[in-house]
Design a binder for this molecule. Sequence first.
Ligand SMILES: NC(=O)c1ccc[n+]([C@@H]2O[C@H](COP(=O)([O-])OP(=O)(O)OC[C@H]3O[C@@H](n4cnc5c(N)ncnc54)[C@H](OP(=O)(O)O)[C@@H]3O)[C@@H](O)[C@H]2O)c1
Length: 299
Amino acid sequence: MSATIIDGKKLAAATRAEIAAGVAALKAEKGVTPGLAVILVGDNPASVSYVTAKEKASREAGMHSVEIRLPADATEDEVLARVRALNDDPAIHGILVQLPLPKGISEKKVIYAIAPEKDVDGFTPVNVGKMLIGDDCFLPCTPHGIVKLIETAGMDVSGKHAVVIGRSNIVGKPVAALLARKGPSANATVTLCHTGTPDIAAYTRTADVVVVAAGRPNTLTGDMIKPGAVVIDVGVNRVPDATKPRGYRLCGDADFASCAAVASAITPVPGGVGPMTITMLLWNTLQAARNSSCAQVGM
Ligand SMILES: NC(=O)c1ccc[n+]([C@@H]2O[C@H](COP(=O)([O-])OP(=O)(O)OC[C@H]3O[C@@H](n4cnc5c(N)ncnc54)[C@H](OP(=O)(O)O)[C@@H]3O)[C@@H](O)[C@H]2O)c1
């Protein structure tokens, strides 16, 4: 292996320490404690563990943390009513609805109901639109974390070719948009690949940075990248493994061994993108609380 491992845990710990200091300062200076509310509908095991991790991280940062758990048979109206109540709650600065929602509840309706100034996931059309325009907004957490990880790898993407595999609204499309923006830590020439792309390797072999977010193991292999490329592996896949106590192991979308032999830097799974996603959620929540405190004193 020749690649440097991009340590998402280490970057997350350093950024969370900065956030905790920001939370303490906001409390001391303005008497405002950032509040994050997470709504979980049902008991999907992966969602439960994400929500638990988010709650723990927000408490550790000194934030006010609220977890609302609704049964899997909750109605869309019940979920919408909870969102609206949180929109009106001055102790809450950030609202996150854990996806996916059970069948029968429109994710679109629920996300669109979140007040944009409390949309710390950056999923509402107002924040997505502002991100594309380049206005100040809450950037979506995973893409924002990915940009930070690329910076940490010492890669200035300006003028470089970045290939993003995957075009979801929460990862692929916003990552591509952020990397293509005019400005620092951006200004890349971006190619967005998906299942309609006939020969993905033809693009990735010319890429200085590859971000793979397909949700499929081995989407990216070492023979598909050019020597020295930076690889950001967003995928989180459960692969059956009888040697593990839980009966599975986690792997990313990149074949780690073959990519690490060719790349200059690569994120591991776990321990790469995941820790930064939660960190950027806390970052946005602190920012939302700062914004509200400025609004209170008319700044
Ligand atoms: N670590 C984190 O914090 C974090 C956060 C979010 C997501 N994730 C993980 O990242 C992965 C992607 O998440 P997502 O929400 O973006 O997934 P998604 O909504 O399922 O989207 C996957 C995208 O990848 C494309 N794709 C799938 N297989 C492909 C292939 N073989 N070749 C090229 N493109 C392919 C799909 O193309 P089409 O559009 O053509 O179908 C789609 O655009 C998942 O493993 C997820 O668990 C991790």
